[in-house]
Design a protein around this ligand. Sequence first.
Ligand SMILES: Cc1cc2nc3c(=O)[nH]c(=O)nc-3n(C[C@H](O)[C@H](O)[C@H](O)COP(=O)(O)O)c2cc1C
Length: 219
Amino acid sequence: MKNPKPKNSNDEFHPFKYPFSTKTKLNRDFKAREGDFLDVLLTRRSSQKLGYIALEGIAELLYFTNKIHSISIDDSRFLISKRTVPSAGGRHPVDILVSMPSESARFLQYYNPIDHSLSELSISKDKQKSFFMEVNENLPIADCCLIWFSIQTKKTQSKYENAESLYWRDAGALIYCIQIVSTYLGFKSCPLGGLAIETFNSLFKTNNLISGGGILIGT
Ligand SMILES: Cc1cc2nc3c(=O)[nH]c(=O)nc-3n(C[C@H](O)[C@H](O)[C@H](O)COP(=O)(O)O)c2cc1C
């Protein structure tokens, strides 16, 4: 892998626009919690035995791991954001897709870190079913929440030469942030090593996204 380096001038970047339908605003009114940081740090573990989790819990998890705190615009008119999780150049190329347990067929939603909402993605049910089947080969999703990373590689590439390691390290930072906050909130979690590349690539008609893997969250 090559050494990343900032470019002399940034390339223009146009974000991939996900195809949306219904939007759900998420709760932001969370109960006060107590907890010692070192207890959380020392008790974080991955677990393969995960049970049902409700949207209320995932709303809190997303709020504390990915919600944007502040934004600024850089010289190339790119939107830089600050969140609890770090990202190379503040570019945050890793978008979060969420699939909640469902009594009928599972589906994917896009997490909007600006207004803290989930929007259902307009993708054929068959394509989504194939994607969930491929993810299941790694670890059964059962009735947990699946959080999946969709990486807009050009976000980081527009500022850096040899950006590959940067967005993969961003994905690693996000996994850890999600695990540590899950532990704090009393949830179990398990990162997934598989990338479900083939079925992920068929979800969107673009070359601007790559699959970044995911993490299961449950109780
Ligand atoms: C990038 C990454 C991928 C992982 N993939 C899987 C996986 O596919 N299946 C699984 O059961 N655990 C997976 N894990 C969990 C590891 O096996 C686990 O972190 C390791 O056993 C150490 O245990 P701990 O997380 O409880 O400290 C993954 C962890 C990471 C960081």
